[in-house]
Design a protein around this ligand. Structure first.
Ligand code: SF4
Length: 89
């Protein structure tokens, strides 16, 4: 089976996530995560639960690599890969 990825803005709280479905009521905060197949309640919904399947996208490499045989093209390739994932040019 092949795999796919989805790039979204990283939520600060589960309840703010574009993916989660909010089933909160006056008694409790409840966010159902269709990817994890679990629900975050109260404190978990107000933060990011340990079991959240989101993975942070790596940062672009902005270091000034001195051109040598080992690191030649490393940052360019790394950044091009991130651009390909995010759709940036
Ligand atoms: S568990 Fe993670 S992916 Fe799922 S709704 Fe919460 S923040 Fe979003």
């Amino acid at each position: 089976m092949s795999e796919s990825m989805l790039v979204i803005n990283t939520p600060e709280r589960c309840i703010d996530c574009e993916i989660g479905q909010n089933y909160s009521n006056i008694i409790e905060t409840c966010v159902s995560c269709p990817i994890a197949g679990k629900s975050a309640l109260d404190g978990e919904a107000e933060s990011i639960p340990d079991w959240c399947p989101l993975k942070l996208l790596p940062e672009k490499d902005t270091k000034n690599h001195f051109p040598d045989e080992f690191e030649d093209g490393y940052a360019i390739g790394w950044n091009a890969c991130i651009d390909e994932i995010t759709g940036d040019d």
